[in-house]
Design a protein around this ligand. Structure first.
Ligand SMILES: NC(=O)c1ccc[n+]([C@@H]2O[C@H](COP(=O)([O-])OP(=O)(O)OC[C@H]3O[C@@H](n4cnc5c(N)ncnc54)[C@H](OP(=O)(O)O)[C@@H]3O)[C@@H](O)[C@H]2O)c1
Length: 310
């Protein structure tokens, strides 16, 4: 099988594309997906460098990538709602790190996949799952974002931020976000109504009026600053969540960690097909250039998403 893989943790040079990877096992509740696109996320770099080695059991060679869009090749005997030929997309986080999405065939537990949004290309669909689910689950399960909620999202121009702005607006929220001046018109085009430049000073000194909910995608001092502008909202527990910094737990907030969820993926697909959610692709790389794709994500200035296509 052709795919990207690495045999030890390390820098970009450990990552190679090869043709001799073994075919993955397909369990009874597994969907084997022929991958057409694999989104690249900051976590892929943490896996490759070994920074997350203590968090997940891992087995070399490791194929990177947790996001996929492709076509069902085969299903295990306990999978009843998908069949060979179906177009699917998913956030394939398995219990162990080994069989990632940047390879021709991806074994996806059925909880990780749903039908691909018909209106999106494979590249767009492959860039949506991890970041889209992160945004969707934080906004709906933890922050209870709905009509009229004034919400602050730190780091609006990245993958999670780009989806969070659009989903929050679709849910009826008024979105304030942080972005550098070069990204201001971009985040406004996604629906942000107020944009704060983090290099121009603390959020608390620039915000026109307080918010009632915070989705933090930065952490550290930005989180500490952002927490000061959130006011309690009648009838609601304090609405503040971070996906970037567990320190929020010391401030009566939620640390959110994305989980694979077929139902939530179906909801994201519905939003995409309804025209409420677009997938801005900063750059699509062929599989052979996956190291370049990871380098670009590692530089930290991606606007929207980076994806690898097969
Ligand atoms: N807990 C979870 O489940 C979970 C899931 C997904 C992601 N995450 C984490 O969430 C964070 C965001 O992920 P992502 O995929 O959205 O990242 P990303 O796409 O790589 O973010 C890149 C974007 O962030 C902007 N940015 C960087 N620092 C900023 C700052 N201090 N203020 C405002 N904008 C800033 C950059 O704009 P400039 O070019 O202007 O700098 C760039 O547009 C990462 O820390 C990631 O590890 C956690």
């Amino acid at each position: 099988m052709r795919g990207a893989a690495f045999d030890r943790f390390g820098d970009l040079d450990v990552l190679t594309v090869r043709n001799d990877l073994p075919e993955p096992p397909v369990g009874p509740d597994t969907v084997l997906v022929r991958s057409h696109a694999a989104g690249v996320n900051p976590v892929d770099l943490g896996i490759r460098t070994g920074r997350l080695a203590g968090a997940y059991p891992h087995h070399f060679p490791i194929i990177p990538g947790w996001d996929v869009a492709g076509v069902v090749e085969r299903v295990g005997p306990a999978v009843h709602d998908l069949a060979p030929g179906d177009e699917v997309y998913g956030y394939v986080r398995r219990d162990d790190v080994q069989w990632g999405t940047a390879a021709e065939l991806v074994p996806a537990p059925q909880r990780c996949v749903a039908r691909k949004p018909a209106s999106l290309s494979f590249a767009e669909a492959g860039a949506l799952p991890l970041a889209g689910l992160t945004a969707y689950q934080a906004l709906t399960e933890f922050l209870d974002v709905g009509e009229g909620v004034r919400l602050l999202i730190t780091r609006g121009a990245g993958g999670v931020g780009s989806f969070a702005i659009q989903i929050a607006v679709a849910l009826g929220a008024e979105v304030v976000t942080t972005a550098s001046p070069r990204n201001e018109s971009y985040v406004r085009s996604l629906g942000a109504s107020e944009v704060i430049d983090p290099s121009a000073g603390p959020i608390s000194e620039q915000l026109t009026e307080p918010v009632v909910a915070l989705l933090d995608l930065v952490g550290g001092k930005t989180l500490t600053d952002a927490l000061t502008v959130v006011r309690p909202d009648a009838g609601h527990r304090l609405r503040r969540a971070s996906v970037a910094d567990t320190a929020i737990l010391e401030h009566d907030g939620w640390y959110v960690f994305v989980r694979p969820d077929a139902h939530d993926l179906a909801e994201l697909a519905r939003m995409a097909d309804a025209g409420q959610l677009r997938v801005p692709i900063a750059k699509a790389f062929p599989l052979d250039q996956i190291a370049e794709a990871q380098r670009m994500v590692g530089e930290g200035h991606v606007r929207g998403k980076v994806v690898v296509t097969l």
